[in-house]
Write a protein that binds this ligand. Structure first.
Ligand SMILES: Nc1ncnc2c1ncn2[C@@H]1O[C@H](COP(=O)(O)OP(=O)(O)O)[C@@H](O)[C@H]1O
Ligand SMILES: [Mg+2]
Length: 436
């Protein structure tokens, strides 16, 4: 789990609590040591917490500037290249590492109008960059959403490393069935170890709770704590896997219940639960990917509001283009500007070794007008080829889930070219979204 580490002095309790509370409300996890604790053991814990942090916030005060512990913590973060956000909480004179390393980036403070809000927004942006959230979406079915979700992001995990979480937000749950047979998927859903537990309180959160999957006519708006990743997600890289972390929160049919619900207030509460859970999961992963359903529903809106970017797979043809056009309309008309994700379009199923005239035209801007936006600028340079290796097949019984990933397949004609294409797409998306 990752967090923002807060450096403070002994006398900074008031400002520490203010900063902590503001970040908590923004969904950013924080870590700081109990003021005054200084034992061998607590120093080891503190060092570990600095090493895991995605950023460090330094409360710059008369108390922290004089603190040897604070200086040591800052030096450790600098040595590790951790992003540091210095934040003034009084008018202390700077000295030591504060003066040498932090003075130049010390722009805001608690005394400034809007200072705390700016800090929270900067740290929150950094948190989101640490673990980008992507929606693989097109309002047309059959364009390769599920294939891209598993194969491109499976290739991402294999080549770029990091902890990757796939979430199956499509009530048809084809992504889940890429890795597990139907019975295994349904067994998991029966205990609510599945996607519905990101929306409503379930058996996963309390063994005596009614399963929200069984109550179609009612929505549970009760709050619930975020489950630990291992409680809700299935590891896909086990049993002789090449290594690393690729997890799946499995899907289920029952999340289609939200499309029938009419209680707007309850739906808003459930959407907030989902957004809160995704923000929480960012702490444990470096990338989160949603596979989504092709029709614009409540689930679509939830996915878009939680995402930093949409990856829209598209066949090089007019039907697919309509799906992307509609998706762009939904983005602009349904999603508030401040949370609206960016849109990238990925050509899928292109004939190998030759660019179709449709693809060439799209890249030259000839389809921009028909798309209703600058499609040519949203297009990713790399594309996913049409290949028999990418056609879906159900996993063999008892086959390890990761064996469904083309990137880990050993043999087969044309496999190398497909793997290279998957890697190239993964790399290109990584360069667009991930932290440097
Ligand atoms: N690049 C590709 N080459 C060959 N077949 C593909 C490719 N991408 C997808 N497919 C096949 O097309 C069908 C639809 O793909 P899928 O990923 O399920 O689409 P969606 O999730 O958008 O409905 C599946 O049978 C899949 O195996
Ligand atoms: Mg699908």
């Amino acid at each position: 789990m990752s967090h923002a580490f807060i450096v403070h002095g002994l006398k900074d309790v008031d400002s520490l609590l203010k900063v902590h509370e503001a970040l908590r409300q923004a969904g950013v996890p924080v870590w700081y040591d109990a003021p005054g604790a200084d034992t061998e053991e607590s120093r080891a814990t503190i060092s570990e917490a600095i090493d895991k942090a995605f950023a460090m916030i330094v409360l710059v005060s008369a108390s922290s500037v004089r603190s040897r512990e604070a200086q040591g913590q800052i030096e450790r973060a600098i040595a590790r290249g951790t992003t540091i956000f210095p934040f003034r909480t009084d008018n202390a004179r700077l000295s030591g590492v504060f003066k040498k390393e932090l003075a130049s980036s010390l722009t805001t403070g608690l005394m400034d109008e809007g200072g705390l809000e700016k800090l929270v927004s900067d740290v929150r942006r950094r948190y989101r960059r640490k673990c980008p959230v992507l929606s693989v979406m097109n309002l047309k079915g059959g364009v390769g959403k599920t294939t891209i979700s598993s194969q491109v992001f499976g290739a991402w995990q294999a080549t770029l490393g990091g902890r990757v979480l796939l979430i199956d937000l499509d009530p048809q749950y084809n992504l889940t069935q890429t890795f597990f047979d139907m019975e295994a998927a349904d067994r998991s859903a029966i205990s609510d170890k599945s996607v519905i537990s990101l929306f409503e309180r379930s058996r996963l959160h309390a063994s005596d709770a009614t399963s929200p999957a069984e109550t179609w006519s009612s929505l549970s708006v009760e709050p619930f704590p975020a489950p630990a990743p291992e409680e809700i997600a299935h590891p896909l890289m086990e049993e002789g896997a090449p290594g690393g972390v690729l997890d799946l929160i499995s899907g289920q049919f029952e999340i289609s219940k939200y499309a029938f619900a009419t209680d707007a207030a309850a739906l808003a509460a459930i959407r907030d639960n989902f957004l809160r859970m995704i923000d929480h999961l960012r702490s444990a992963y470096d990338l989160i990917v949603f596979d989504t359903n092709p029709n614009a529903t409540f689930l679509t809106k939830c996915a878009l509001e939680a995402s930093d970017r949409v990856i829209a797979p598209m066949h090089p043809d007019m039907y697919s283009l309509r799906g992307v056009k509609l998706l762009n309309l939904v983005l602009n008309e349904q999603i508030a500007e401040d949370v609206r994700p960016a849109l990238s379009v990925l050509f899928n199923r292109v004939a190998r070794n030759e660019q179709s005239s449709f693809e060439a035209d799209a890249r030259n801007g000839a389809h921009d007008q028909r798309a209703g936006f600058k499609l040519s600028e949203a297009l990713l340079q790399h594309a996913v080829p049409k290949s028999g290796h990418l056609t879906v097949r159900a996993p063999e019984p008892d086959e390890a889930p990761w064996k469904s990933l083309v990137i880990h397949k050993g043999r087969g004609g044309g496999l190398k070219a497909v793997r290279e294409a998957l890697k190239a797409s993964a790399n290109e998306i990584h360069d667009l979204v991930a932290a440097p």
